[in-house]
Write a protein that binds this ligand. Structure first.
Ligand code: HGY
Ligand code: MN
Ligand code: MN
Length: 447
């Protein structure tokens, strides 16, 4: 039965986390910031209450763990199989409160529910430190560290203030040369399950609270630079201009045309112009580009077209076109057994027949893209109002959170039944849930 008290607890904790923001008027929490540290501290306390022992790893990810028998346990017993639940705690600028945070808090609530339930594997909850890539351009830094995929080339990527990733590590109290310690051993992992708001309109359109993810889209991100010449806005006739912003504008509209034709997604989300004065022709324009596609090949072919368009426009308009790739993640197929466990969980929680549980492709990126390198990945999507995300109006209904909690718990128990070697213990002995988390007052708007 749906437990609205715990759903309210989950939503109140997501509201609590909005306090840890670098902006008083909006939610923004980026990697290795004071707000990141404060969010980890808050999450640690909730993990402890849920019967998990906690640790911040060498990349700033916060972990909680209980052993198979339910005892809080950190560090892990080497070789003990472990199921990881979680999502991320960082945000985009002017974010909503559920993208990432809902999955972390929901996972803690599941661990709390199961705290007195013996499982055939240890259970961990992770709050990944960087998924969005807001600060350094490279996304999935937290989960790349946890999956042993840290690339030393990233150390010199700098934030908007010129602080490099290496410097930010040191300021946060982390040792760059220890980042490898965050890597998980694939031999210990049973899987990685993440609950997340859908960030799109499909579930709402179908009047469904939940779905499971089939594939997570691959993504590439670039910084495109157009260099022309800054000159006097009054004294320079059009024939003498090499306006970087006008050239960049042509490229932006061409990118949209090419992406639509390729059935991919392309977004120029940010643009900086120099010198940036009302009476100076822009000499330089820097644009970010985010590319996604159902297949990596389709997305990569689109990139080749965009690069060719950039070169063509540059030649026509007498400017230079350059680019740097800041992020690349392959598309990721969710594992059949985890899709089945999540679908079973949804069926159990909603009463839907197995064939009626919806599987969705995720155009949004998720930490599972990195975790797939070390273990199987599965995802539960929760309906969000109007499909809106990366915006303060992100909203989920408490009833949907309640049913998500039931489905996510049931998915863990489905995996437990599947994982348990044949023996005298009846799987039903595993599925007696502990008492729900005490409901608390839902906090008011604190964004
Ligand atoms: O950008 C994304 O797809 C994700 O929300 N980080
Ligand atoms: Mn996001
Ligand atoms: Mn997210």
């Amino acid at each position: 039965m749906t437990d609205i008290g715990t759903a309210a607890w989950v939503m109140a904790r997501c509201a609590d986390l909005t306090r840890h923001s670098s902006r008083p008027d909006a939610l923004e929490r980026v990697y290795l910031s004071p707000e990141h540290s404060a969010a980890n501290t808050a999450v640690r306390a909730w993990m402890l209450d849920a019967g998990l022992d906690t640790e911040t790893d060498a990349a700033g990810n916060i972990w909680g763990r209980r052993s198979a028998d339910g005892a809080p346990q950190r560090p892990a017993t080497p070789g003990e199989p472990t199921l990881v639940l979680g999502s991320h705690l960082d945000t985009v600028p002017d974010a909503g409160r559920y993208d990432g945070m809902l999955g972390v808090v929901l996972a803690i609530a599941v661990a709390h529910r199961l705290r007195e339930v013996a499982l055939p594997f240890a259970l961990e909850v992770v709050g990944f430190s960087d998924e969005e890539g807001t600060r350094f351009g490279k996304a999935l830094l937290g989960s790349c560290a946890a999956s042993g995929q840290w690339d030393p080339a990233w150390w010199d990527q700098a934030d908007a203030d010129g602080v490099t990733l290496r410097e930010a590590f040191a300021r946060f109290g982390l040792a760059p040369d220890r980042v490898g310690d965050a890597a998980r051993d694939p031999a210990d992992l049973v899987g990685y399950l993440e609950a997340h708001i859908e960030q799109g309109p499909v579930l709402e359109a179908r009047n469904l609270p939940l779905g499971y993810v089939t594939t997570i889209a691959g993504a590439r991100r670039f910084v495109l630079t157009v260099t022309g010449e800054a000159r006097h806005a009054g004294g320079t006739p059009f024939a003498r201009r090499r306006d970087a912003l006008v050239a960049a504008s042509h490229l932006v509209t061409r990118i949209e045309e090419l992406a639509i034709a390729a059935d991919c997604l392309a977004t120029v989300g940010d643009i900086h112009v120099q010198p940036g004065a009302v009476n100076v022709i822009p000499g330089r324009a820097e644009l970010t580009l985010d590319l996604r596609g159902r297949t990596d090949a389709g997305r990569d072919a689109l990139w080749e077209q965009i690069a060719a368009a950039g070169r063509g426009i540059a030649a026509e308009r007498g400017v230079a076109f350059e680019f740097a790739e800041t992020h690349r993640a392959p598309s990721t197929a969710c594992a059949d057994r985890l899709k089945a466990a999540v679908a079973d969980g949804i069926g159990e929680a909603t009463g839907a027949a197995p064939g009626d549980v919806l599987g969705l492709w995720s155009p949004a990126g998720h930490d599972g893209m990195a975790m797939d390198a070390v273990t199987d990945v599965g995802m539960l999507f929760v309906r969000c109002r109007d499909g809106i995300s990366h915006h303060p109006d992100e909203h989920v209904e408490p009833e949907d959170v309640g049913v998500a909690l039931d489905a996510f718990t049931a998915a863990v128990l489905a995996l437990a039944r599947e994982h348990r070697p044949a023996g005298p213990a009846e799987p039903s002995a595993l599925v007696e849930p502990a008492a729900p988390v005490e409901p608390v007052e839902t906090l008011g708007e604190v964004r």
